[in-house]
Design a protein around this ligand. Structure first.
Ligand code: G3H
Ligand code: 13P
Ligand code: ZN
Length: 342
């Protein structure tokens, strides 16, 4: 099976009333963890790469690893998605390389830090939609800005500084013709999202529900959706790490989102924590080891466990065999016949 469009995977998720995790990757082991979890749980899957991941893997390594994934796991509908494209050019380079979905994050300027104007965002996103849809490729856009700066994304403000305005979200969707809409509801990237368990004052599920009521047929995307569970924090700290106490997005809140139009859920930090905890454990317990496989195997297993759990919690488990993939050429024909699918 070749890589499939994200639009098809999200349309199917909407029909089935479930969400699909989008997991970040940088290397072979992370791809293997996700694909093994997908096979075990029979899940369709979105694998995503940031600009940093593309640079780290020299782009081509990542792409060919993903082709290997489609060869080894032909039964899994697999999307290769660009996470937080910062410009039309970045999205173009991903499309040229074979990504089947791109995010044009025009909520920020190309520096990835400065909040942009609505007009800039509409223009950049619209241009990517035109370029991508011609090839049957999916486009995610973002309106409102996430918080957090640890990973270089976000406006460097707290998660509540640039919440999505539901009226603006409607206008944005109409003017861009995108396939999936990322919204800002108080989450941020990285491990330090909330200083205590989030409440309605810090995690604005009410805003999400309002957006869904205004745009009932639009696939919503939750970024910054790691749950940062205590057990993963504890392993790291138990074996010499120094994480400060922190809270992520509770899985029940994500499930509430899924009941209200969320179809794509971005998770990176939880997997980073799982990998780091497993490696620290081997280093602490077996200081004589120096074969990288002795710690990469448990790291891979730890990430697989987290991904499989999220796949079950998001509801995508069991749905890998529900549909035959639509080719990108066929998707392009749909877009040409009906330029705005929403
Ligand atoms: O959106 C952020 C993801 O966690 C990717 O982070 O830019 O460090 O690869 P990164
Ligand atoms: P986390 O940092 O919560 O895992 O979010 C990842 C993300 O939103 C990637 O785009
Ligand atoms: Zn993100």
């Amino acid at each position: 099976m070749s890589l499939v469009s994200m639009r098809q995977v999200l349309d199917e998720a909407a029909k089935g009333g479930y969400g699909v995790g989008a997991f970040n990757v940088n290397n072979m082991e992370q791809i293997q963890s996700i694909m093994e979890a997908a096979r075990e749980t029979k899940s369709p899957v979105i694998v995503q790469a940031s600009r940093g991941a593309r640079a780290y893997s020299q782009d081509r390594f990542l792409y060919h690893l993903m082709l290997a994934a489609t060869e080894i796991y032909p039964e899994i509908p697999t999307v290769l998605h660009l996470d937080h494209g910062n410009s039309v050019e970045t999205c173009k380079s991903a499309i040229d390389m074979g990504f089947t979905s791109v995010m044009m994050d025009g909520s920020l300027m190309p520096d990835g830090k400065t909040p942009s104007s609505f007009e800039y965002n509409v223009d950049a996103t619209r241009r990517v939609v035109e370029m991508a849809h011609e090839k049957g490729i999916t486009v995610e856009g973002e309106i409102g800005c996430l918080g957090g700066i640890e990973d270089g994304h976000g406006a460097g403000l707290d998660g509540l500084a640039h919440l999505t305005d539901p009226d603006q979200a409607v206008e944005f969707v109409e003017k861009t013709g995108l396939d999936a809409l990322a919204i800002a509801i108080g989450t941020s990237h990285g491990a330090y999202k909330f200083t205590s368990k989030p409440t309605g004052a810090t995690l604005k599920m009410d805003v999400l529900i309002k957006i869904h009521q205004r745009l009932p047929n639009v696939h919503l995307v939750m970024h910054g959706s790691s749950s940062v569970p205590n057990d993963l924090q504890d392993i790291i700290n138990q074996y010499g790490g120094k994480l400060k106490p922190t809270w992520g997005v509770p899985v029940e809140e994500i499930q509430l989102g899924i009941r209200n139009g969320v179809r794509k859920i971005n998770v990176d930090t939880d997997n980073r924590l799982a990998i780091t905890g497993a490696i620290r454990k081997v280093f602490a317990e077996k200081p004589e080891e120096f074969d990288p496989r002795s710690y990469m195997k448990p790291a891979r297993e730890a990430m697989k466990k987290v991904v499989a759990l999220r796949m079950t919690q998001f509801g995508q488990a069991g749905h890998a065999g529900d549909y035959a993939p639509i080719s990108l050429a066929e998707m392009a024909k749909h877009y040409a016949a009906q330029p705005v699918l929403v």
